[in-house]
Write a protein of this length. Sequence first.
Length: 134
Amino acid sequence: MLELLVNYQSSVLILGLTGALSLVQLLLFDLMAIKLKHPPGYPIESSHKNLLFRLSRAHANTNETMGAMILLFLFSVFSSADPAWVNSLMIGYFAARVMHMVCYYASWAALRGVVFGLSLLCLIGLFIVGLMAV
């Protein structure tokens, strides 16, 4: 199994970094909720003007794309897709997710939409390179 992943080491690193990104987002949300004395379990005001809402949505959005990223990475690897493409697309995905987080926190809606689109293109790219290798 390890031999299969040797050429995808950058992508494996991205898997770990994406998990760390999710953890950082969770911690930032929790710390802000504590600072703002938001009672656990109570709804957050659904407004992009509310930082706690933006922190929550950024974390939720990362989680929403993570499952697809993991499955498409595995599909690409098990299809023996070109490692250069897989690694590049995974790096692109992660960079877009970090930029998405920053844009969400800063409330830059238009740029947030653009980088979300870039992360989706990277996921579509993973699917395509996997298909091409089958």
